[in-house]
Structures are given as structure tokens and as C-alpha cells.
Design a protein around this ligand. Structure first.
Ligand code: OOG
Ligand code: MG
Length: 261
């Protein structure tokens, strides 16, 4: 563990400086080629450093799980990142735009696990039976790379562009299988910027959670009761400016919002 973390310390320093200094960097693989497995090791080294500095793991996010996101980012395979307590913001909260490099927002579905979930090839039903409830969510991504341009390895090392997220106050505990085909609209300052259904996420966002469990299982890891999982952006991400009010409205899951000041 120590050896791995020291090995990647230089790259973690670069990512950390970009995030703390709010200044985008050239993607890391241009100068330091690494593969997907190494990219997850870099992500892990960065997250471990944050946890050592007082952060707390609260869950995971899946990324690039919808055709719209894959097309926008030119990366065609799902990836995961880790969610830390400091990334959580309340729905309706005002976020200083200056805290970010070039933030974009995504409408997502969040799963709150009531039971541990581990293993490869899990079914949607197995995911629902481990889920306590679903919530509407907005993820704010903020790639540390210039112009949001990266390879799959780069974005994994960058903790899948994670920055902040908010969830709605409505907790859906029954009929979770039905949410996939119901409508979602993402509005900025009242204007619809993107719309779709959670079915854009691999047919049903539960499949994204099953895929995450599979990716973790291959490393001997699993999801734990109490963890939150963001299943991935339903549509392409939308860039935001100071003054923007962002609202996602989901049939059955209700609303969630954030604003930038
Ligand atoms: C990578 C993160 C993608 C999603 O929901 O697909 C993501 C990026 O687009 O910068 O969070
Ligand atoms: Mg996302």
C-alpha cells in the first residue's frame, strides 16, 4: 500500500495542485503514460491522501454510463470514482463558481444502499433488494484537465472528474424498477437544457450499480450498507456560469437543485 502510494505521489501532487489552485492541467498521460489498472491505483492514492487528511468515503459514482455521455467525452466504457463527505452539498445550496475550474452539471439517479452488495453478474433485482431508496441527484463534475479533454486512463486517475453532488429530499422506497422509463428534465434558469429518462443509463440505472459491484468484486472489494451511488449522467453534461440556477425534475423522484454564485 505505502509503496503504491509513494509511487504515484508525483502525479497525485499534480492533480491535487490543479484542484486546490483551480487551474486546469494538461492530461497526465501525455507525459506519464499509464494503463487503466494504474489509473485506478493513482485514483486510490489520491483518495487515500484525502482520507488521511480528514476526508471520509461515503460512496461511489459511475461515469460514462449513457450513450450521450460517451459521445460527449469520446470515452466508450463506464468508469467509477469515489465520493467523499466533502463533495456533498445540500439541494438548493449556493455554490461559489470560483471554487471550481470549469464546472458542468449532470442529472443522475442516486442509490442509497440498505445492505452490503458484492459480486459479479448481479441482477437488477439483487441491486433493488440491497437498495434502501432512490433519490434525484445533480452531479457537478470539474475535470482537472484542460477543456475536459482526456483518455479513459486520465479521467479515472482524476477520480472520474468528481467535484460535488446534491440529492433531492424525496426518498423513493417502492417501485424502484419503474423509474427507468419516466421523464427527467434538466433546467438552467428555467430553460430546459437536456431531457431524457433514466433508461439512458444502460437500460436501467440499477445495471450501472451492478456493473460497479462487478468492477469492485474483481478487486476483492464490495459496496457497503449506507453507501450512496450515483449511477451516471442521463444526458450530456451542461457547463454552468455564475448566476445559474440548475434544477433537475424527475417523475416520481421529484426535484433537486443547486445554484452558482
Ligand atoms: C467524466 C465523468 C462522467 C458521468 O456521469 O458520466 C460522469 C467526465 O465526463 O468528465 O460523471
Ligand atoms: Mg456523473
Amino acid at each position: 500500500m505505502r509503496v503504491g502510494q509513494e509511487k504515484w505521489a508525483e502525479l497525485v501532487d499534480i492533480l491535487e495542485a490543479a484542484e486546490k489552485g483551480r487551474k486546469a492541467i494538461r492530461r497526465l498521460t501525455l507525459t506519464h503514460p499509464f494503463d487503466i489498472e494504474e489509473a485506478y491505483a493513482i485514483q486510490e492514492a489520491w483518495i487515500s491522501r484525502k482520507i488521511r487528511d480528514g476526508e471520509r468515503l461515503i460512496g461511489y459514482k459511475m461515469g460514462l454510463t449513457s450513450p450521450a455521455k460517451m459521445k460527449q467525452m469520446k470515452v466508450s466504457e463506464p468508469i467509477y470514482g469515489k465520493l467523499l463527505a466533502g463533495m456533498y452539498v445540500d439541494s438548493g445550496e449556493a455554490l461559489p463558481h470560483s471554487q471550481f475550474i470549469h464546472p458542468r452539471v449532470e442529472a443522475e439517479v442516486a442509490f442509497l444502499l440498505g445492505k452490503d452488495l458484492k459480486g459479479e453478474g448481479l441482477t437488477e433485482e439483487e441491486v433493488f433488494s440491497a437498495t434502501d431508496h432512490l433519490m434525484a441527484a445533480i452531479e457537478i463534475i470539474d475535470s482537472r484537465y484542460e477543456n475536459f479533454q482526456f483518455t479513459m486512463a486520465d479521467v479515472i486517475a482524476d477520480n472520474a472528474s468528481s467535484s460535488r453532488f446534491a440529492v433531492g429530499t424525496l426518498l423513493l422506497t417502492t417501485g424502484m424498477d419503474k423509474v427507468s422509463t419516466l421523464g427527467m428534465t434538466l433546467r438552467i434558469n428555467g430553460e430546459v437544457k437536456a431531457l431524457g429518462t433514466p433508461a439512458n443509463i444502460l437500460g436501467h440505472p440499477a445495471r450501472s450499480v451492478a456493473m460497479l459491484a462487478g468492477m469492485l468484486a474483481r478487486k476483492g472489494e464490495g459496496l457497503k450498507a449506507g453507501e450512496i451511488i450515483l449511477a451516471g449522467g442521463i444526458t450530456e453534461a451542461v457547463a454552468v456560469q455564475p448566476g445559474d440556477v440548475v434544477e433537475a425534475h424527475f417523475a416520481r423522484l421529484g426535484n433537486v437543485s443547486v445554484r452558482f454564485v
